[in-house]
Ligand binder design. Structure first.
Ligand SMILES: Nc1nc2c(ncn2[C@@H]2O[C@H](COP(=O)(O)OP(=O)(O)OP(=O)(O)O)[C@@H](O)[C@H]2O)c(=O)[nH]1
Ligand SMILES: [Mg+2]
Length: 376
């Protein structure tokens, strides 16, 4: 990864075309043609309503026109540089497809929008941020990616590189370590955190999931063993994208002892989810004393966040681990629980404008820089 200066992709011999609008129907579709010969190829098939040849039309001025053979596709055409032109047409797939097909016959190489982004004269971090932005699920994660698009990470990496060049290894190592500490947030800018609710049957996991989501996603019932499958829903907690998962309410020991295949499968699926979770929320029914299985779970998953549900009812006698109190039924303690989850997922949120590495390659490069700072 090179941060000083731009990484320009080699110019192809001919021009290329890319559809910049998402696939499917929209109000408008945009085809961009770029590279040597692009404007000439488009001009051959465009009749600008102003009557002037396209090459002589001012840059960045949208012009009405028609594309292709009579009667022609109504378009808005706009030159964006010596060798770049955008054609905006009807938003159904047919018009853009026709335009791209005609330009392909004129020698245009068709590429998708990620390839188009990679061809722009920008450094790789800017291009990666540009692509990642399309996958940001919340405003908060998009804002962090926009900061990287604007150069926050690039500037920070240049700073580390310059510290190394100046022989200030300790400062460089510390700066790299600070950046790597944000890698976990960076990884989730395009992928939600996974939060799994688990616990004994009937403790109120599904009810809690619904209360956290704010709608009835999961069936709740007084019968123990109601949830038998893994049910997920995506939401945002404090602006962070989160995939919430409700699991079958069987502790591992009970699962091993059950002769009901469907319950056993549910328990096994639950365990798979737990293994892949970023955070496990262990739910207890506070009206019941802790069972042996629950004590075992406390030892097995010490990193879990504990919730004592049914706080609207009297607590059972006996010692209990520290836990957040909720009443899923009444919606009490839910806001507090959501805050607790957000703090566990992102204990130290990056301030606005902070540099955040968000790809594996960036983290690898930072680790390489750190290694260069170690005494030989
Ligand atoms: N009083 C009270 N009842 C609750 C609360 N949360 C859930 N319940 C009740 O507890 C019962 C079980 O709730 P569920 O959400 O289905 O429990 P679960 O843990 O998902 O159960 P399984 O799917 O069987 O594992 C239902 O009758 C709920 O109405 C609560 O906070 N207070
Ligand atoms: Mg359930």
């Amino acid at each position: 990864m090179r941060c000083q200066g731009a990484e320009v992709m080699p110019e192809p011999n001919s021009f290329y075309t890319a559809r910049l609008t998402p696939p499917g129907s929209g109000a408008i579709a945009t085809v961009r043609a770029e590279g040597p010969g692009a404007v000439e190829a488009v001009a051959t098939h465009v009749r600008v309503r102003a009557g002037r040849p396209l090459r002589q039309c001012p840059l960045h001025r949208p012009l009405l026109g028609l594309f292709g053979d009579e009667p022609g596709e109504p378009i808005v055409v706009c030159r964006h540089g010596r060798d770049a032109v955008e054609i905006h047409c009807h938003g159904g797939p047919a018009a853009a497809e026709r335009i791209e097909a005609v330009l392909a016959q004129a020698g245009g190489h068709r590429c998708d929008w990620p390839e188009w982004v990679r061809r722009q004269p920008a450094d790789s971090i800017t291009a990666d941020a540009h692509l990642a932005l399309a996958h940001a699920r919340t405003e908060r994660t998009a804002a962090i990616l926009l900061d990287q698009f604007g150069g926050a990470l690039r500037r920070a990496l240049v700073e580390v590189e310059n510290l190394i060049v100046a022989g200030k290894y300790r400062a460089a190592r510390e700066k790299a370590a600070d950046l790597l500490a944000r890698a976990e947030v960076g990884r989730h800018l395009t992928r939600p955190w996974r939060v799994v609710l688990t616990g004994r049957p009937n403790v109120g996991k599904s009810c809690l999931m619904n209360a956290m989501l704010g709608y009835e996603r999961v069936i709740v019932d007084p019968t123990a063993g109601t949830t038998r499958d893994v049910l997920t829903a995506t939401t945002a907690i404090d602006g962070w994208p989160v995939e919430l998962t409700d699991t079958a309410g069987l502790a591992p020991n009970a699962a091993a002892g059950t002769d009901e295949p469907v319950l056993l499968r549910g328990a096994l699926l639950a365990r798979e989810q737990i293994a892949a979770a970023d955070l496990i929320v262990l739910v207890f029914d506070r009206t019941r004393p802790l069972s042996a299985e629950e004590r075992q779970w406390l030892r097995d998953v010490p990193q879990a966040l504990h919730v004592d549900n049914k706080s609207d009812l009297a607590v059972a006698p006996g010692a209990r681990p520290p836990a957040m109190a909720t009443s899923a039924l009444r919606g009490e303690g839910i806001a507090n629980l959501l805050r607790g989850i957000a703090e566990r997922l992102v204990p130290d949120p990056p301030p606005p404008g902070a540099a955040v590495p968000f790809t594996e390659a960036q983290c690898l490069y930072l680790r390489e820089l750190s290694a260069r700072c170690l005494p030989a």
